[in-house]
Design a binder for this molecule. Structure first.
Ligand code: 13P
Length: 284
């Protein structure tokens, strides 16, 4: 199947109350682990690619590998820019073949975020590419993006509704108490904010910082209106743990396939668990 925009499954996710996972990719093993899980569970999926991951792999490798991946599965799959910081990077991704982009204007004043996001939506929609916007600021570190806990700011529901009405983004990320990276304690998620916004906009809410959130909170977030959940850190941890374990057990190993293979399987395992939790199994 060709790469699809988020709109290929966003309305179904909202109507049937499930969430599609965005899994960030870093190399071929992540890509293969993620698509193997999606295909086995007949689940839609989203590859998330940060600007840091684009610098690491090169944009042409990202698109070429993702296109090959999408052709190998029967499930709908989006290639999505994660936390795009400028109009330029968004346009670069669209030209290169991404099917979806996030423009994160959340650090700008509200009116400026609306103005910039609208420009992105206009250009992206003309190319058949979907757009995720963001309101409020999510704590933690995600590649280039680092927000101190004291600077994290919850999304204001009234502003979020106005933001969606004016920008017409296809999905809306809200800062509701989750953070990028693992948690020291339990995250305090503001389900009331999700609920109020989701009830008043036509598109799903996006939950960032999906790693380490208790299952019960994920289920509740989906019930209140979340239709896309981003997961990165848990896959990185599983991948690295598998590499460490293999090399600890066989210190003389030097065939990369022998330690990257188990790491790929570990990513598949995490993604399968998340797809089951998110309710996206069988929803392709
Ligand atoms: P985690 O690394 O906490 O899973 O967050 C991923 C994310 O939100 C990417 O945008």
């Amino acid at each position: 199947m060709a790469l699809v925009p988020l709109t290929a499954f966003s309305q179904k996710a909202k109507a049937e109350k499930f969430a599609v996972g965005q899994f960030n990719i870093n190399n071929m093993e992540f890509i293969q682990g993620i698509i193997a899980a999606a295909e086995e569970l007949n689940s839609p999926l989203i590859f998330g690619v940060s600007e840091g991951a684009i610098r690491y792999m090169g944009i042409d490798f990202v698109v070429a590998m993702s296109e090959v991946a999408s052709r190998q599965v029967k499930v709908p799959m989006a290639l999505h820019l994660d936390h795009g910081s400028s109009f330029d990077i968004v346009m670069k991704c669209i030209r290169a073949g991404f099917s979806s982009v996030m423009f994160d204007g959340s650090h700008h004043p509200f009116e400026e975020n609306i103005r910039l996001t609208k420009q992105v939506v206009e250009a992206a929609h003309a190319a058949g590419v979907s757009v995720e916007g963001e309101l409020g600021s999510i704590a933690g570190v995600e590649d280039d993006l680092s927000v101190d806990e004291k600077d994290a700011m919850l999304a204001n529901p009234k502003q979020a509704i106005q933001f969606w009405q004016e920008t017409q983004v296809d999905m809306l990320a809200l800062a509701v108490g989750t953070a990028h990276g693992m948690y020291k304690g339990e995250p305090h998620i503001h389900f009331d904010v999700i609920q109020e916004v989701a009830a008043n906009i036509d598109v799903p809410v996006v939950l960032h910082g999906g790693s380490g959130v208790p299952d019960e909170s994920i289920r509740k977030a989906i019930q209140t209106g979340v239709g896309k959940i981003n997961v990165d850190t848990e896959n990185r941890l599983a991948f690295t743990k598998a590499v460490r374990e293999t090399l600890a057990a066989k210190p003389a190993e030097y065939d990369a396939r022998k330690y990257l293979g188990p790491a790929r399987d570990a990513v598949k395992e995490v993604v399968m668990q998340k797809m089951k939790l998110f309710g996206s199994v069988g929803k392709a």
